[in-house]
Design a protein around this ligand. Structure first.
Ligand SMILES: Nc1nc2c(ncn2[C@@H]2O[C@H](COP(=O)(O)OP(=O)(O)O)[C@@H](O)[C@H]2O)c(=O)[nH]1
Ligand SMILES: [Mg+2]
Length: 445
């Protein structure tokens, strides 16, 4: 799913991600690449244009987070906007206030209605409801048989009309059966045609009026690309759909349909079909889908955590102090260390922070326990000692070791490391001319 789109977007964003500094022309150039990729993936032109306008506005307007590179921040913006294209929040199914919740499935022939009806019953069944299935595609005996077989497979009762009978009457009868049987959900499978025609819409309109559905879900085949978007528009105009089940997302669909359909119709994708099996129906969670498209979960997670954890004010104050004073003290070290810890698993973070890779820190050194030890050692120092570590002679170190419950050797090692860190900070200062967040050293043992 989304494989090609994913790969190409990654390529388009790579350049942006790798740069330390981004200028407006660079951002625009990078986004032009993104535009080409989206259009190639068959995303609707208008949807692409609006999407990029939003990304660009945010990319140029947002305060730059100092904990991450600007390119990483743009990746996050692209991710957020992709999620927004797909919908707002996790989609849910409406439930009827009274009587059975009726879910009407409509769509063209072969789009996956019958399969999706059974998958949906299977999913809702596992969530604790007792769905009933209604076979209202009475044009082909095989269609009724198909639903019966699937129903038996998942243990859901199936009511069916007579082959060649009236689907509207069959649907209305099914609602009665569901009510009598105490089924809280009724899923109605309908007939499709090879293309949209008035006869089909009329029949579906009558079924809709007879069953008063809580949800009308269009089942659309993702493999048909932009055609799926047109189909959705057609069904929406005729019937007023409430959402979309996008099937065959496991195929090599270019993904454009999934990304365009909500932008064009305003209707959310509620489920996606990812195979022929009964378990192959996923909730179309926009965040997760965007994550699958932009397979950069690590970058996105980092930016999120940086946004949450980094107190911009505190960070700036720290930086000013360090750089203004031209000195990096153990107090600064402690503040920086705590901020970084708030961001989450350190080994992950270190990999992502520009420049941190150069520090070549063994993974074991990023154990949170060790940070706690370092913290304990620093907290056992007097404020004066923290500001003037050169005061720490042998007897003071012994006192600190006792106070923190750590061996003297650990105190010594920390001090050695801290000296290295001070050196590193001096280099950083020269390199960055005052920008950038100082990274604390790893508290290696
Ligand atoms: N790979 C894949 N095949 C699917 C999916 N959904 C449906 N199918 C297959 O598509 C074909 C048509 O499905 P069906 O439910 O009979 O479509 P209907 O005519 O709309 O009822 C069947 O062979 C299904 O197994 C899906 O999400 N992925
Ligand atoms: Mg069918």
């Amino acid at each position: 799913m989304f494989d090609e789109l994913s790969r190409k977007l990654d390529g388009a964003l790579k350049k942006l991600r790798q740069r330390g500094v981004l200028t407006e022309p660079m951002i625009k150039e990078g986004l032009r690449e993104v535009r080409r990729v989206l259009l190639e993936a068959d995303v609707n032109f208008q949807v692409t244009r609006d999407f990029l306008a939003r990304v660009q506005e945010r990319a140029l307007g947002e305060a730059v987070l100092k904990a991450v590179s600007p390119g990483q921040q743009i990746v996050k913006i692209v991710h957020d906007e992709l999620a927004r294209l797909l919908g707002e929040g996790r989609p849910t199914l409406a439930t009827a206030a009274e009587g059975p919740t009726v879910i009407l499935l409509v769509g063209l022939q072969g789009s996956g209605k019958t399969t999706s009806a059974a998958k949906l019953a299977w999913r809702l069944g596992r969530e604790g409801t007792t769905p009933m299935l209604a076979a209202c595609d009475l044009q082909r005996p095989a269609a009724i048989e198909q639903l019966r077989t699937l129903g038996a497979q998942i243990g859901a009762p199936v009511v069916a009309g007579e082959f060649g009978g009236d689907p509207v009457a069959a649907a209305a009868a099914a609602v009665e059966k569901a009510r009598e049987g105490g089924h809280s959900v009724l899923i109605v499978d309908t007939a499709g045609r090879l293309q949209i025609d008035d006869g089909l819409m009329e029949e579906l309109g009558e079924i809709r009026d007879a069953v008063q559905p809580t949800e009308i879900l269009l089942v659309a085949d993702a493999m048909t690309g932009q055609e799926a978007v047109k189909i959705a528009q057609g069904f929406d105009e005729a019937l007023g759909i409430t959402g979309i089940v996008m099937t065959k997302m496991d195929g090599d669909a270019r993904g454009g349909a999934a990304l365009s359909i909500r932008g064009v119709t305003g209707r959310p994708i509620k489920f996606i079909g990812v195979g022929e099996g009964m378990d192959d129906l996923d909730t179309a969670d926009p965040e997760r889908l965007a994550g699958r498209i932009l397979q950069m979960g690590d970058v996105i997670g980092l930016v999120e955590r940086a946004q949450v954890a980094f107190d911009q004010g505190e960070q700036e104050k720290l930086q000013e102090q360090v750089l203004g004073r031209g000195r990096f003290t153990l107090e600064d070290f402690l503040v920086a260390m705590r901020q970084v810890q708030k961001m989450g698993p350190l080994d992950q973070l270190m990999k992502l922070i520009p420049g941190a890779a150069r520090m070549k820190i063994p993974a074991g050194n990023l154990d949170p326990k060790r940070f706690k030890h370092v913290e304990a050692i620093i907290l056992s120092m007097t404020p004066l000692e923290r500001r003037k570590p050169e005061l720490l002679d042998r007897s003071r170190r012994a006192r600190i070791a006792k106070g923190s419950g750590r061996p003297v050797s650990e105190v010594n090692r920390l001090m050695k490391q801290f000296k290295e860190m001070q050196k590193f900070m001096k280099q950083m200062k020269g390199m960055m001319g005052g920008g950038g967040m100082p990274m604390p050293p790893s508290p290696s043992h």
